[in-house]
Design a protein around this ligand. Structure first.
Ligand code: AMP
Ligand code: FE
Ligand code: FE
Ligand code: ZN
Length: 282
C-alpha cells in the first residue's frame, strides 16, 4: 500500500556504516518515534547499513529505501551525489564502493601523517579503533583526536586541522561526477545531487543533467527557503525529480533533527517512479 502522500519521510541520513552516530537499527527506531513512514539510508560510500535498517524497518513499519551518498570531484569542491533504490547486492556497485573505501583509508593515513608532522601524536590505530571497517572519514579522525585528548572538541578538530584546506586536510580521490552517476545507474539507482549550494557550479550542474542526473535535493538544512524555491524551479526546467532530507548524523553532529524538514511521501513516490527500467546489473 502506498503511504499517504502527505506523510513525512527523510531521504538523507547517515549511520555507523559511515560517519553517523546511530546504528542502522537505532536510526530506524528513531524514525518510527518521529512518526516517519520512510527513510533513505544514504551513508557515504557504503551500503553496509542497509540490511540491518531494512530488518528494523519491517519490525516497526518504516519503509527503508536503500541509498548511498557518493562524493565526486568538482572543479572547486566535492559534489555529493545521492543514489536511491540502489541494489546493495550489485557486484559492480560493491566493487566501486570498496575502491572508494580503500581510497578513504589511505587518505586517513595521509591525514594522520600530516598531523604527526604538525606534532600531533595521533596513531592510525586510534582512528581505526573508532571507525572499524566503515567508510573512514574526517569525522572519525576528529573523534579520535578528541578521544586522545589531542583536540578540545569535535568542531575544534575540524577548525584547527581537518577543514577543507586546513593543515591536516587531504583531498579525497573521487570519481568524476559523470562516473558517480553511472555507478548509481548501473546499480539500478536514481541519482540526485545533494545540497546543491555546496557542490557543483551552474555549468557543472548542467553537465550532470546532460550526463543523466535524475534529481536534485531541494530540502536540506544547508539550503535556505529561497534556495529551495530556486532549485524547485530548476527541477521543473530540467525535468528533474526533487528530494529532501535532514542529513542526520546523530545528536551533536547534525544541523537539524531527523525528519524535521517536513519532506513528504510524494517526493519519495516521484523518486520511485524514476527508477531505471532495467534495474540491477551483473
Ligand atoms: P569526508 O567525507 O571524510 O571529507 O568528511 C566529510 C564529513 O565530515 C561530512 O559529511 C560531515 O559529516 C563532516 N564535516 C565536514 N565538515 C565539517 C565541519 N567543519 N565540522 C564538523 N563536521 C564536518
Ligand atoms: Fe557525513
Ligand atoms: Fe553530503
Ligand atoms: Zn550526507
Amino acid at each position: 500500500m502506498k503511504p499517504n502522500q502527505e506523510a513525512r519521510v527523510d531521504l538523507h541520513t547517515h549511520t555507523t556504516a559511515s560517519d553517523g552516530l546511530l546504528s542502522p537499527h537505532a536510526l530506524v527506531q528513531l524514525a518510527a518515534e518521529r512518526g516517519l513512514v520512510a527513510i533513505a539510508i544514504t551513508d557515504h560510500d557504503s551500503v553496509a547499513g542497509v540490511a540491518e535498517a531494512h530488518a528494523a524497518g519491517k519490525a516497526c513499519g518504516v519503509e527503508v529505501v536503500p541509498g548511498v551518498e557518493l562524493s565526486a570531484s568538482g572543479r572547486n569542491s566535492e559534489i555529493h551525489v545521492l543514489g536511491f533504490f540502489v541494489d546493495p547486492e550489485s557486484c559492480s556497485f560493491q566493487e566501486a564502493l570498496a575502491q572508494l573505501r580503500r581510497m578513504r583509508f589511505q587518505r586517513a593515513e595521509a591525514m594522520v601523517a600530516r598531523l604527526n608532522k604538525l606534532g600531533v601524536a595521533l596513531r592510525m590505530e586510534q582512528v581505526v579503533a573508532l571507525a572499524g571497517d566503515t567508510a573512514i572519514g574526517r569525522p572519525h579522525v576528529a573523534q579520535a583526536l578528541v578521544a586522545g585528548g589531542l583536540a578540545p572538541s569535535f568542531p575544534e578538530a575540524f577548525a584547527r586541522y581537518l577543514k577543507r584546506n586546513g593543515p591536516a586536510w587531504v583531498a579525497k580521490q573521487n570519481f568524476a561526477a559523470a562516473e558517480a552517476l553511472a555507478v548509481i545507474h548501473r546499480a539500478g539507482g536514481v541519482a540526485v545531487v545533494a545540497h546543491p549550494t555546496h557542490g557543483p557550479s551552474p555549468s557543472e550542474l548542467r553537465a550532470m543533467v546532460a550526463a543523466g542526473l535524475d534529481g536534485i535535493e531541494v530540502r536540506h538544512p544547508l539550503l535556505s527557503a529561497s534556495d529551495t524555491d530556486r532549485f524547485t524551479r530548476l527541477a521543473e526546467t530540467y525535468k528533474l525529480v526533487r528530494s529532501g532530507g535532514s542529513d542526520y548524523h546523530g545528536v551533536g553532529r547534525s544541523h537539524c533533527d531527523l525528519g524535521s524538514l517536513n519532506v513528504t511521501a510524494n517526493l519519495l513516490e516521484a523518486l520511485r517512479a524514476r527508477r531505471p527500467a532495467t534495474a540491477g546489473c551483473l
